[in-house]
Structure formats: C-alpha cells, structure tokens
Design a protein around this ligand. Structure first.
Ligand code: AMP
Ligand code: GLY
Length: 420
C-alpha cells in the first residue's frame, strides 16, 4: 500500500516512523517532509497549500491513503478537494474543521449543546470591545477568531492590555477580523485529551500535558510547544467519563445534527478546575509535540487504524496504549520563538546511539550536501518511554548534551509536575 503524509514537522516524522513499522506499507511519500522523513520515506517538494499539485502527484503515484498532519490544509478543505478521487484522506472535512478554524463556531456550538467552557462574548467592533472590557472581570482572555499559529490568544490583566489586544486583532494582526472573543479566564490546570474517530464511533488515543512557554518554570513567551509528557497526571476514570459525556459525545452529536461526520484525530484542549473539565479549544489534528510523545506508546498498527477510520470500521479495533510513560523534549534554535539563525549544521546527530526506548523525530531540519541543517525554530524532538519518567528525562538530557549543537537550547524541566 502506498501512503502520502502532508506536513514537515515532528508530528509527521513520528507518524511516518509508526506507519513504516507496518508490513502493509510498501512506500511512503512525505509532502514536503524534513531531513528525518527523508530516511524512511521519499520527500516531495510541493507546498502544502498547493492542493492541485498534491492531487496530481497522488494520482500519478497511486497513493491510496493521504494523511494530513497540520490544521491549515484541513481548514482550507483538502478533504473535500479529494472527494472526486478514490484516494482516502485521513482528516476532517472543511465544515467540521471549523472546530479549530473558528473559535466562535466552537463557542456557539458549546452554548447550543451545553458543553462546559469559559463564559464568553462575541465582539464585533472596537467600540463593542471597549464596553465589554468595562463590564468583564480581570484577568480575561481575548482571542482572534481564526487560525493564528498559536499566537491569537491574549491573557489580559487590565483594561489597557485588553484594549491593545482588541485593537491589534481588529487591525488585522492575524488576518482580516470581523469579530473576536472575550472570555472568562479559567484558573485551573491544562490537559490535552486525544480521540480518533471514523465518523461513526471514536476511541481514546492518549492524553498529555505540554509546556508551551519558552522558559523553565513555564515562564516567557508562548511557543508551539517545548516538550510534554504522557499520560497526563490529571486523568482518571471519573474525569474520563466527564470529558466523554459532557464534551466529546455532545460535540459529535452536534456534528451529526449538521448532517456531517468527523473523521480524524480530535485534540481536545481542556482546563481542569475542581475536577471538572472545561473546553478551551479543539484542534482538528494531533498535537505537536504530543503526537511524538504518544505514538511510541501505541501498540496497534497505525496504518490499519487510519484505513479503518476512512472506511468507517474503527469499532472493529481496540486501540491499545502501553502502560509506560513517555516524555518529549524539544530542541530549539537559539532565539526561538523570535528570530533565530538558520542553516547551522547539527553535525553529531548521526553519531548518537539510541536505546530501544528512545526516539529522535526531526522537525525544522533539512538536508544539504549530506549535512543536516536547522531550518525552523523547533528542530528535534527527543522522546523516551519507560516506567520512570525522571530517568527518561535524565537520559534525554544526556543525549542532547552529547549532540552538543551550539545553536540549540531546550528546557530541562519538562514534566516537572510529575517529577519534582
Ligand atoms: P488556545 O489557542 O485557545 O488553546 O489558547 C492558548 C492558551 O491560552 C491555552 O493553552 C491556555 O493556556 C490559555 N487560555 C486560553 N483560553 C483560556 C481561558 N479561558 N482561561 C485561561 N487560560 C486560557
Ligand atoms: N502543542 C500544541 C499544539 O499542537 O497545538
């Protein structure tokens, strides 16, 4: 079976690695991939927004299954674009991808289906924002409606901060904005919960807690994710029941009411407060680095799961996750999430020897003249699975130090909530 994967991050390298294990897979193409996927698949240099070229390539190369890693092509309707082909595309369609593509769409769905979430108000003008800022309690949260690469959320402590945020959003910082959200600040602990669905049924596929801030102690600027661990320390059977009954089942029912279905991963971003789950956001894909952290724990053949999802047969399988714990540390380019130097060689990478329970997934890397260079802010993901998360973390830190890449930095305190 010939498979295509869209994306170029650590998430896609982890997916590629996992499906490579399957005897059913004869060839994998990564569009565009990175220096890591290059070893186990064929990288194809097509831009992920160029649906026409992707379709042509898939048809010409007999691709049977196309797996979409990142949100942008899903929100832009890549699944719908392939409907006139026989190619199975793993991911949600354009309508239901609005769960990530429009925060207002999701909030309105929460309101209609009584899904617990922060109280909110939809704001249609700066004037409207000014009035609401005077009536809301601080801190509060202001969010751009559409995709903003993780940057469209402001936690505001006073009127001035709120005004600046609203002004930036309405001035087009994240694209043309007709409206924005002001919502209540939820004081709790975050957790990410993942399911996979075939449109008829769904199954749990892991939980995690990530570290979004650049600095140790969760300080400094927001990033795409500096590391995470799985499973989340917060998860237990009672909480699982609440998440399923109050958030996931009502959401999937809402999608049925719209006459649609949800096929793909669903990333449920939660705030847990007094043991109650509140929905913060949905993402219509796996998390990054959560995917790299969770997939090594998966005991099933992932390619079969993808096929079963596309065929509406997920209920025939039981997804099994190992009881071990997993941790991922992200090695970044110095300067990230601001400007950083590119094309710096990571010379000792091929010399590192890994234990059976250790993995390195590439993200912002590229191959040039047989050398591995950094090409992005988040560069490499170091993952270890074991029964002892502290030992795993110590081993990963030693591994990164052996790499001795002068332009890199990483957080040494990933998973501190379950270690320190
Ligand atoms: P989002 O892009 O919606 O996930 O928001 C990014 C981050 O902002 C989340 O991971 C939370 O840390 C924080 N955040 C978003 N909404 C809220 C809220 N209502 N209360 C507290 N923190 C929030
Ligand atoms: N790690 C957060 C995300 O994938 O959105």
């Amino acid at each position: 079976m010939i498979v295509g994967i869209i994306g170029s991050g650590g998430r896609e390298h982890a997916i590629c690695t996992k499906i490579r294990e399957s005897s059913k897979i004869s060839k994998i193409f990564c569009i565009p991939g990175n220096a890591g996927t290059n070893h186990i698949a064929k990288n194809i240099d097509i831009k992920i927004e160029d649906f026409k070229s992707i379709k042509k390539f898939c048809l010409n190369n007999n691709i049977e299954l196309l797996i979409v890693g990142p949100e942008q092509p899903l929100v832009d309707g890549i699944v719908d674009y392939f409907l006139d082909t026989n190619i199975k595309v793993f991911g949600p369609n354009k309508l239901v991808s609005k769960l990530e593509g429009s925060k207002i769409f999701t909030k309105e769905l929460c309101e209609k289906y009584n899904i617990p979430t922060a109280n909110f108000k939809i704001i249609k003008s700066l004037k409207n924002a000014e009035a609401t800022l005077k009536s809301f309690k601080f801190p509060l949260v202001i969010k751009a409606d559409g995709l903003a690469a993780g940057k469209g959320v402001y936690i505001c402590n006073n009127y001035n901060e709120g005004y600046i945020a609203a002004n930036e959003i309405f001035n087009g910082k994240f694209g043309k904005a007709k409206n924005l959200l002001i919502e209540e600040f939820l004081d709790g602990e975050e957790m990410s919960y993942f399911i996979i669905s075939d449109g008829k049924s769904y199954q749990f596929i892991g939980s995690a807690q990530d570290h979004k801030r650049v600095g140790e102690g969760d300080k400094g600027k927001n990033t795409g994710g500096m590391g995470c661990y799985s499973p989340s320390r917060l998860l237990n059977s009672k909480l699982t029941e609440k998440i399923n009954n109050k958030i996931i089942i009502p959401t999937l029912n809402a999608i049925k009411d719209m006459g649609s279905e949800y096929i793909g991963f669903l990333y449920v971003g939660l705030m847990i407060k007094n043991e109650k789950p509140y929905l913060i956001e949905f993402n219509v894909r796996m998390g990054d680095p959560e995917c790299q952290t969770i997939l090594p724990l998966l005991e099933n053949d992932l390619s079969e799961i993808f096929f079963d999802c596309c065929a509406g047969k997920l209920s025939e399988k039981k997804i099994k996750l190992s009881n071990k714990k997993s941790i991922c540390i992200v090695l970044c380019s110095k300067g990230y999430p601001d400007d950083y130097k590119k094309d710096s060689e990571i010379s000792k990478l091929n010399k590192l020897s890994l234990k059976d329970n250790e993995y390195i997934y590439h993200a912002g890397t590229k191959l040039k003249d047989n050398k591995i260079l950094n090409s992005g802010g988040r560069v490499l993901n170091f993952v270890s699975t074991s029964n002892n998360i502290k030992e795993s973390r110590d081993d990963l830190i030693k591994l990164i130090k052996r790499l001795d890449w002068e332009n890199g930095f990483f957080r040494k305190d990933i998973a501190y909530k379950v270690i320190d």
